[in-house]
Design a protein around this ligand. Structure first.
Ligand code: AHR
Length: 520
């Protein structure tokens, strides 16, 4: 009598163990079948998927993760402003995520730019800061700290492109040339975009100039509607085939509805002789939508294509460099991937779980009131202050016995960024309703005038403080500058730039602010 219940209990325990083991195996398989990125047993990255399908990557760039399960090496190089030294930021493990902590420690107390993005494909197609071209002066490197995000819960950095920034490789190997087929995708963001030409990733001219129709084959993402009308406000994934951003067909395509998700997968594929396809989707969920698949444009030069085999990132083929955009990863194939392969790659990207990074302590609650205290030793009793009697902004000493008007001038209401709600805008709490905005590098207090120009100039993205504590504020449309006080006047300043207020001396302290209780 006593034996049977024990046996039953034992059998039930065994059953539970077996089910648990089976579930764990299924979970592990589902994870390992998809991941190259820091799980314990990564087995596939996007380039493993393309290789298994017979369409291997010939270029694989990412500042966030390995794109092959076996890749365990440098992802990108950063250079710090303080002494010009460089270091490589590598994966944490084979198939894993970027070691962002290494960047944070190397760049602590100074400003770093991304100087090179390494090709993981073995073809040596590394991207470096782009040279001048037919339509744009030499590019500058992206601020390495401008785009922190989480990938599979790891803090990593994307590439935050603002006008003037870009990367290129004019001497590649393995890339499609002439009318050879090509596929390319990038993971980008629907919230950091503009209508400047041209936030591209892909194949371009080797002489940095516009060599005519069909000399480019790149994925474009942004709000530049080249062949009007476009469907809705965008941003759209389009094909930059040179002298045009094609939504599909001969340029115009009402089916290309755009995608403004926080993270976006953007693909362009081209068989080089007759057809091309434009696809995209939310990089965090769901599948890809094919917005176009059909004939190449009829205008002369596009069928067959005349690809040259350079690689660009963040600029147009002739180095047009007035675009903004975000780049997390991208690959190119010298062949035309199947839909099934692209879908498997999309599933792999979704499994990364790209999400916004929240600053520690995140004190920027929408609607809250804050004061911003300077941290430079000279000025720790000073606060960022907008003036009711004029429109200038600077730092001023504020104490408990200051006038109510001054206290109000030194108090800011945190609002969603006027142009991008993942950043913030500062409205003065002095009753004027005015916003903090930049104008020719100086900061002013001005009423929101509703123009398209005002919103980006009044939007700031909080980042970890440049001096290692507090916060720094990057203007939305200038990814290499921060709010700084200089001779008590407020500017946006780069470290070591050409203006007096860009001086390197005290730059870290002057651009770092502590969030204090509101004075007003
Ligand atoms: O095709 C759009 C742009 O036109 C290209 O990127 C650039 O080379 C040209 O100015």
């Amino acid at each position: 009598m006593a034996v049977r219940p024990r046996r039953r209990r034992a059998r039930r325990a065994l059953l539970i163990l077996a089910v648990a083991t089976a579930l764990a195996t299924v979970t592990a398989l589902a994870t390992s079948a998809v991941f190259a990125g820091g799980g314990t047993t990564p087995t596939r990255g996007p380039c493993d998927i393309y290789a298994a399908a017979g369409t291997p990557c010939v270029a694989a760039h990412s500042t966030t993760r390995a794109l092959y399960a076996a890749y365990n090496g440098p992802l990108y190089q950063v250079r710090r402003a303080s002494d010009g030294a460089t270091t490589n930021i590598s994966t944490l493990s084979a198939g894993g995520y970027a070691n962002a902590a290494a960047q944070d420690s190397f760049c602590a107390g100074t400003y770093c730019t991304i100087t090179e993005i390494y090709d993981q494909s073995g073809h040596g197609n590394n991207l470096t800061i782009g040279p001048a071209g037919g339509n744009g002066g030499a590019d500058i490197g992206a601020n390495a700290a401008a785009l922190p995000v989480l990938a599979d819960a790891h803090k990593v950095y994307g590439v935050y492109i603002s006008p003037g920034m870009g990367y290129r490789d004019d001497h590649t190997s393995g890339l499609a040339t002439g009318s050879q087929p090509q596929g390319a995708y990038m993971v980008t963001s629907g919230t950091n975009v503009n209508a400047g030409c041209c936030f591209d990733y892909g194949n371009a001219e080797t002489n940095n100039d516009d060599n005519g129709n069909g000399h480019m084959d790149a994925v474009y993402f942004g709000t530049l509607c080249w062949f009007s009308p476009c469907a809705g406000p965008g941003p759209w994934v389009q094909a930059d085939l040179e002298n045009g951003l094609f939504s599909g067909g001969n340029g115009n395509n009402p089916n290309n509805k755009g995608n403004n998700s926080q993270f976006v997968t953007a693909l362009v594929e081209n068989n080089g002789t007759t057809t091309y396809a434009i696809k995209g989707g939310n990089a965090d969920s769901g599948s890809l939508t094919t917005w176009y698949s059909g004939a190449l444009p009829v205008a002369s030069g596009y069928a067959p294509m005349h690809q040259e085999g350079a690689i660009i990132l963040g600029v147009g083929g002739d180095n047009s460099n007035s675009s903004a955009g975000s780049f997390f990863e991208g690959v190119m194939t010298a062949s035309y991937p199947t839909d099934a392969t692209d879908n498997a790659v999309q599933a792999n990207i979704v499994s990364v779980g790209y999400t916004n990074y929240t600053l520690p302590g995140n004190p920027f609650t929408i609607g809250s009131e804050i004061s911003l205290r300077a941290t430079t030793p000279c000025c720790t009793a000073d606060y960022l202050t907008g003036d009711t009697s004029g429109d200038e902004v600077g730092i001023t000493s504020v104490t408990s016995s200051s006038s109510p008007a001054l206290k109000a001038d030194a108090t800011w209401i945190v609002e969603p960024g006027l142009v991008n709600s993942s950043c913030i805008s500062f409205k003065s709490a002095n009753g004027s309703g005015d916003y903090l905005r930049q104008f020719y590098s100086e900061l002013y207090l001005e009423p929101q005038n509703g123009t398209a120009q005002f919103a980006p100039y009044a939007t700031f993205c909080p980042r970890a403080g440049n001096s290692g504590s507090g916060y720094s504020f990057m203007p939305y449309n200038y990814g290499n500058e921060y709010i700084r006080h200089y001779n008590s006047v407020a500017y946006i300043a780069s470290d070591g730039g050409s203006n007096a207020w860009d001086a390197s001396s005290l730059w870290q302290d002057d651009t770092t602010w502590l969030v204090a209780s509101p004075w007003g």
